[in-house]
Write a protein of this length. Structure first.
Length: 492
């Protein structure tokens, strides 16, 4: 009973405090009747409701967001194509095959945003890179569903490794531009706003928070994605991700879907805007110039850490050094562990490629390594990463086929469950000939037109002998099986 009485006393005391707080709150309500919770009048004036922030940013920034539609001509596939006898058979006994169009137009939608008032627009490379025609539309976000103006655009530069592209229109007036923020200052938990063209619904706005930073999702060699729960759906690709200042802090690029879902389930990814800044000038010139160290690296596993006598797993283990590379000239050797680069710690092997690639060729850097348990510092000048042309007409055979292949490293072997290091492994498949032929990520190409492939150089050499419009016969190792796949070279 005493216990119950004590509880009643504390309840009454707490109720009294609540009542006092209620009266105190009512005494400082503003004219509109909104309690400011013991804040001073000056502090209350500085408070802005989040809903009002989102509405304000949307109103101010949507004029600089564009809808992008593309068209690509693709040859119609039908039975017998590529085999004249089969083709004649089908055309003789099934006359309707003769009436089939030889080409079809594949259309797709995406988003983008204006970054220079004379018509430069940023978007994703996968939205525009293979397109024969690119159309840009302004408007559609004013509530009446009407578009304001449509322009034909041309591709200035595209970088598949970061999935960033720059296109250009010729506007009849100066355009509103978006301000680029600093994605390094972004914090997990911050509010963000995504604007785009999901499923063709022009200038749709969604809101969420930054769920994580520095995500690697296997999209490319320089993965460093911002993860957000702001809804991103097909058609949002290339649109801006904004902070509450209305600054672009990312380019919406990818989503994670589960099961049979093709839409958003709360996990979307955006390319940090600082990645865009690092290559923007090069994109404008049509060619990305990246720093090159000239080493093959791998992560430090617990087993390697013990075997090498290391006290930490921080850094990137050098597995190989390329001949005549900046690393070789500076004295970096196989087995060295790179722990610092250009004055910054190298947390893991995933970060080092980004740290190197986003510096200009010729940049002088200090590299701290661990060799035989001892720390050493080496100074070197970065070279230029070879074969990184980004203009569509000058893309490498690998990129023009719509797939990315790499030398089989221990890290990639573990990732794709490979048992051999012969050949080259497909790490990414984009829309194009390779995808249409059935090539998948994780496939190992061991032959091209009966020529054995033992690395990137032999792969490129074999492809260079295949004429435009012809097919390359590839022997592909897929799990424990081998299959032949014919991949058509793009017509010039």
């Amino acid at each position: 009973m005493k216990y119950w009485t004590t509880k009643v006393k504390w309840f009454c005391f707490g109720l009294g405090l609540v009542m006092i707080g209620a009266f105190a709150g009512s005494s400082i309500q503003g004219d509109g009747g909104l309690a400011v919770d013991l804040a001073t009048e000056a502090e209350a004036e500085n408070k802005v409701e989040p809903i009002n922030i989102f509405a304000k940013i949307t109103r101010e920034q949507t004029p600089a967001v564009v809808n992008i539609s593309t068209a690509q001509k693709v040859k119609t596939k039908m039975p017998g194509m590529g085999d004249e006898r089969m083709k004649e058979f089908y055309e003789k006994f099934f006359p309707f095959f003769r009436e089939m169009p030889k080409e079809q137009t594949r259309q797709s939608l995406g988003s983008g945003f204006v970054v220079e008032e004379d018509g430069y627009i940023l978007t994703n490379a996968h939205v525009v890179q293979s397109a024969d025609e690119i159309m840009v539309t302004f408007g559609g976000g004013n509530g009446n569903g009407h578009h304001e103006k449509e322009y034909k655009a041309k591709l200035i530069g595209a970088d598949p490794k970061t999935d960033i592209a720059l296109i250009k229109i010729e506007p009849d007036k100066k355009l509103q531009v978006m301000k680029l923020g600093d994605s390094d200052l972004l914090q997990v938990g911050e509010w963000v706003i995504a604007i785009g063209n999901p499923f063709g619904f022009a200038q749709s706005v969604t809101v969420g928070v930054v769920s994580a930073k520095g995500r690697a999702i296997g999209a490319g060699p320089y993965d460093d994605f911002i993860q957000t729960d702001a809804s991103i759906n097909p058609g949002n690709s290339g649109g801006p991700l904004l902070n509450v200042k209305g600054e672009v802090i990312g380019i919406n690029s990818a989503i994670f879907t589960g099961g049979m879902s093709q839409g958003n389930i709360g996990i979307g990814f955006a390319i940090p805007v600082n990645t865009v800044k690092a290559i923007y000038t090069d994109l404008k010139d049509g060619r990305v110039k990246r720093g090159w160290l000239g080493v093959s690296i791998q992560p430090i596993t617990p087993e390697l850490e013990k075997a090498l006598g290391l006290s930490t797993d921080v850094g990137a283990l050098v597995g190989d050094v390329f001949e005549k590379s900046p690393a070789e000239k500076a004295g970096i050797k196989r087995g060295d562990v790179i722990v610092e680069f250009n004055g910054k710690e190298v947390p893991s092997s995933e970060q080092l490629p980004r740290m190197v690639a986003f510096l200009r060729p010729g940049t002088k850097v200090d590299v701290k390594i661990i060799r035989d348990g001892k720390s050493e510092e080496i100074t070197l000048s970065l070279g230029e990463m070879p074969d990184d042309v980004v203009k569509p007409a000058e893309s490498s055979p690998t990129e023009s086929l719509g797939m990315v292949v790499e030398k089989i490293t221990p890290e990639l072997a573990r990732k794709f469950g490979l048992e051999s290091d012969s050949g080259v492994v497909v790490t990414r498949v984009l829309p194009g000939s390779a995808m249409e032929a059935g090539i998948r990520a994780g496939d190992v190409i061991t032959e091209v037109n009966r020529k054995k492939i033992d690395g990137i150089d032999s792969y490129r050499d074999a492809l260079s002998d295949v004429k435009s419009g012809e097919s390359a016969l590839m022997l592909v190792q897929r799990g424990r099986n081998t299959v032949f796949v014919a991949v058509k070279m793009p017509e010039s």
